[in-house]
Write a protein that binds this ligand. Structure first.
Ligand SMILES: [Zn+2]
Length: 350
């Protein structure tokens, strides 16, 4: 635990005990409340000492900064050196509970992660009371669904979506997901290794070693922000998945539109839509067109997952069509990619 975590956790323990004593609304034995007050005193000591350590340390000093402003002088405030308060203005030498710009969401509940968003975001969010879920997406994605029965679920869903799908100006990070047994794979019970890698190759090496030495059923290397798998293996087949074609360019269109697209390409006519990667349903099978490099490759697949998988990766179509790539890998990639698939077509009336 680093000093920031120590500061945060002692503050959280303090606040919760304080809340229990002040607002608990139940009878408590005298010795219990005394013991809790003693614990609060211990937390206050830990907090103060940690604050001093951090303030004296050049590297940790910055972690005390906030982006909130003093209500008096509007200078940036830092995290208070007193556990009973929230913030401290060093200019005014004044402690505050809340500050300008605070959404009543105290620093210790916030994530230390302050990555800046990379681009403008317009989220669409729809909550269904009957179904007890919320769907969050951008205008160009089909959205991710979360269970949602109350305001707290809603807030968590937005946070979860933001962390999984929005892009940040940070360095690339990768983690490894592992499925222990065949059964876990079927149930979708993977678990995430805590190690985080900044180097893709190192993550892939680590993943291969994990499956070799532990005999796991399946491992996957996942890139974060936005979340996409870059490598997966079942111990026999290894797939390096290239997302160079970036999934938010995949469109699902009607059969007519797909034919028109191919015709326009053949006749060197201008395309009505700026599509590079598109597919349509055709009597139970799926036709996909990859015109990412202007070659207009056309392939037919049995399932939608296969079509999307092919459009999204650099893997040859026949490996998908003839089941060289396992169905699991295709389904797993499809599950992640389908969020970004756009519904194309006949929306040219503005
Ligand atoms: Zn001030």
């Amino acid at each position: 635990m680093d000093n920031y975590e120590k500061l945060r956790e002692s503050k959280i323990v303090y606040e919760y005990i304080n809340d229990l004593l002040e607002n608990g609304n139940f009878e408590m034995r005298e010795e219990y409340s005394e013991a809790l007050k003693t614990t609060m005193g211990v937390m206050a000591d830990i907090y103060t000492n940690t604050h001093i350590l951090m303030k004296d340390n050049k590297e940790e000093r910055g972690l005390l900064n906030t982006e909130l402003n003093c209500p008096c002088c509007f200078r940036d405030v830092i995290i208070s050196d007193l556990i009973t308060y929230g913030y401290l203005c060093e200019g005014c030498d004044e402690n505050y509970y809340l500050c300008e710009g605070d959404l009543n969401y105290e620093w210790y509940f916030r994530d230390k992660n302050k990555d800046k968003l990379k681009e403008d975001v317009l989220l669409e969010l729809s909550y269904s009371k009957d179904e007890g879920n919320v769907v969050i997406g951008t205008e160009s994605s089909s959205g991710a669904k979360y269970k949602c029965n109350n305001v707290s679920d809603l807030a968590n869903a937005v946070e979860c979506y933001a962390k999984s799908y929005l892009t940040y100006d940070n360095n690339e990070t990768y983690y490894i997901e592992v499925w222990l047994t065949e059964n876990d794979r079927e149930q979708g019970n993977g678990f995430r290794y805590s190690d985080v890698y900044t180097d893709k190759e190192k993550a892939i090496e680590a993943a291969k070693e994990l499956i070799d030495t532990n005999g796991y059923s399946f491992v996957e290397v996942v890139k974060e922000n936005p979340m996409v798998s870059v490598f997966c293996t079942d111990g026999e087949t290894e797939e390096l998945i290239s997302y160079d074609k970036y999934y938010n360019k995949i469109y699902k269109v009607s059969h007519e539109e797909l034919n028109e697209y191919i015709e326009n390409w053949t006749n060197k006519e201008e395309q009505k839509f700026d599509y590079d990667l598109l597919y349509c349903e055709d009597n139970g099978s799926y036709i996909a067109v990859d015109n990412y490099e202007g070659e207009c490759y056309v392939e037919e697949f049995e399932t939608e997952a296969q079509a999307v998988f092919w459009l999204n990766t650099n893997i040859p179509a026949e490996q998908i069509q003839f089941n060289v790539i396992s169905k699991d890998i295709i389904e797993k990639v499809y599950d992640k990619v389908k969020v970004g698939v756009k519904e194309g077509g006949s929306t040219n009336e503005m």
